[in-house]
Design a protein around this ligand. Structure first.
Ligand code: CAO
Length: 551
């Protein structure tokens, strides 16, 4: 055991830097290279590593102090396991991405000449400062996303630091070529980007029509790394299922060690309030957040994710007869978890209504020939979509999501509706965007196309995201009513059963009318029963006289 000074190592060219976070306290045991404190230059945040293994005796700096290379920041009792530092001198740590701002200042490749049109670029992994096979811990974009230059594409993490790889250009993500867990090295292909306003497709292209671009690891990437994280729910591209992840995209400011801790504890950093300088999230903030979440859950007996209730015990079924076991498909497992989460978290109520669609059906059938000409089949679904869009606009309390932690109601200014599609692989919910702005033929064509894509497993993640409300129609199959499960974080879902002729009293006699059973399940936290009755009555009126859809 010997006493050793902890000194500020080479800061990659930065002069004086500010201490923004102390990561250890007197008495803490550390391993060689464990982060001791975080400093921030105008370009990057850097964690200063311990020069060896041992016990911290004291730190001689505090948050806000300015330090430079060679300054003593504390002392430790060394247990002899040095990370290559000479006793009494500062360690010269291996340059890690988060620790080497100068290594990131390569210039960004200049976009090729601009002559209108668009071109496809394959974005490659930039130099990773000597590191190889660094695992991808997060994919920050989805196919179809429109991004700007320097937006984070993926986050990679070595054993010491995490970094985001920024996009060299703005454009549309065409194809993601990596998955979480993949190990990346310089030059590996990350994704394909369609760049608008670039050169024509025939100019300077690779033989396959795709050129390659390496993102620069410049200072902006570090700034971005500190700013933006995506939600930590399962990545949408791997789900192919009913519910989309919230994908917050909120801004957070935190160092790699804090991010790592939050990830390990499963804490969503966008929900944590930072107590450090400029709202920076510190380790203490993560721990306090997790503690408060646990306390809340214990006090309220919360059953989020089904964790608060005992599981169903399974007997040995083979004692009753022959059985076969098969592993659930990923889609089934994700759908099951989502269903359970919604069912347990959302206080459901279902409101029933019969809509008189006699005239609507007469009109729909009259459009058969027109449909054949257009190559589009007009089913009741487009009418339902249009009626729901009108009802959502008139009763906007149905077009919200609730953030119970922040006590916020998120009101959506757009009307995108999901349609549940029964496929051989399970339930999928493609989303039709801006339903309020589309006509019946357009909705008929789009819903048929999306349903087919779902059945062919060709839906893109972006085509299953962003719904405000869902329609699940079992009308083509049968049934008189059912209680659908709200597709949280949406707050309502319309179930549609099979239309049937029924005697309806018109005040003087019974009339044979074609009645369509509607079942509206809603989240009773967001919507009250009176509003639900208004919603289904309105649907009844709109479908009963489809001319009102034009008003
Ligand atoms: N009442 C009576 N007939 C109906 C009807 C209704 N409510 N809805 C549709 N039909 C008719 C259609 O008009 C069509 O008949 P024709 O061929 O004579 O015109 C037939 O049923 C089949 O329609 P469809 O199902 O192909 O088309 P759609 O637009 O109504 O529905 C889709 C499309 C994707 C919603 C549907 O195919 C589907 O997958 N439904 C299942 C959804 C599901 O599984 N939900 C459960 C989720 S919870 O587990």
């Amino acid at each position: 055991m010997s006493e050793q000074e902890i000194r500020v190592p080479d800061l990659g060219g930065a002069d004086e830097v500010e201490v923004i976070e102390l990561l250890v306290s007197a008495g803490d045991s550390v391993e060689a290279e464990d982060p001791i404190l975080t400093v921030e230059t105008d370009k990057a945040s850097v964690e200063l590593p311990s020069p060896g293994a041992g016990k911290i005796i004291k730190l001689t700096v505090k948050v806000g102090d300015k330090v430079k290379e060679g300054d003593v920041v504390g002392t430790m009792e060394s247990s002899g396991d040095s990370a290559g530092a000479t006793e009494g001198s500062g360690s010269q740590p291996e340059q890690k991405p988060e620790e080497a701002p100068e290594a990131r200042q390569e210039s960004k490749p200049a976009p090729k000449k601009q002559s209108g049109g668009s071109r496809k670029e394959t974005v490659l992994v930039p130099p990773l400062d000597g590191m190889e096979k660094v695992p991808v811990i997060e994919i920050n974009v989805s196919e179809g996303d429109v991004i700007e230059a320097d937006d984070a594409l993926v986050t990679v993490e070595s054993d010491k630091a995490s970094m985001e790889i920024p996009s060299p250009y703005g454009g549309k993500v065409v194809k993601i070529l990596v998955a979480e867990g993949d190990k990346l090295s310089e030059g590996d292909k990350l994704l394909e980007l369609m760049i608008e306003g670039g050169e024509g497709e025939d100019q300077d292209e690779e033989p396959d029509g795709v050129s390659e671009a390496v993102p620069a690891q410049d200072e902006k990437s570090e700034a971005k790394a500190d700013e933006k994280v995506q939600g930590k729910e399962p990545a949408p591209q791997s789900q192919g299922s009913v519910y989309e992840p919230p994908g917050s995209g909120s801004k957070v400011h935190a160092g790699p060690a804090v991010r790592k801790l939050a990830r390990e504890l499963g804490a969503d950093m966008t929900r944590i309030k930072g107590s450090g300088p400029k709202g920076r999230i510190l380790k203490d903030d993560v721990q306090t957040y997790v503690k408060s979440q646990l306390q809340q859950a214990q006090q309220s007996g919360s059953v989020a994710s089904g964790s608060g209730i005992p599981g169903v015990k399974l007997p040995d079924f083979s004692q009753f007869g022959d059985i076969q076991k098969e592993t659930m498909s990923r889609m089934m497992a994700v759908t099951a978890a989502n269903m359970q989460r919604s069912w347990l978290n959302v206080p459901h109520v279902t409101q029933f209504e019969d809509a008189d669609i006699t005239d609507m059906e007469a009109f729909r059938k009259s459009q058969k020939a027109a449909g054949e000409k257009k190559g589009v089949k007009m089913t009741p679904l487009p009418f339902l979509l249009k009626a729901c869009a009108t009802a959502l606009a008139e009763l906007p309390q149905f077009n919200v999501s609730l953030d119970m932690e922040r006590k916020e109601v998120i009101r959506k200014q757009y009307i995108h509706i999901g349609i549940a599609v029964d496929t051989p692989n399970g339930l999928m919910v493609p989303v039709i965007r801006d339903v309020d702005k589309k006509g019946l033929w357009e909705l008929a064509a789009e819903s048929a196309e999306l349903a087919q894509k779902a059945r062919d497993k060709k839906l893109k993640p972006a085509e299953m995201q962003g719904a405000c409300f869902t329609i699940t129609s079992l009308g083509g199959i049968g049934g008189t009513a059912f209680t659908p499960i709200v597709n949280a974080p949406e707050v309502a879902i319309l179930g549609v059963s099979r239309a049937a002729m029924k005697p309806v009293w018109d005040g003087s006699e019974f009339q044979p009318r074609l009645m369509l059973p509607l079942s509206l399940s809603y989240d009773h936290r967001a919507v009250n029963g009176a509003d639900a009755a208004r919603f289904t009555s309105l649907l009844g009126q709109l479908l009963g006289d489809i001319r009102t859809l034009l008003l």
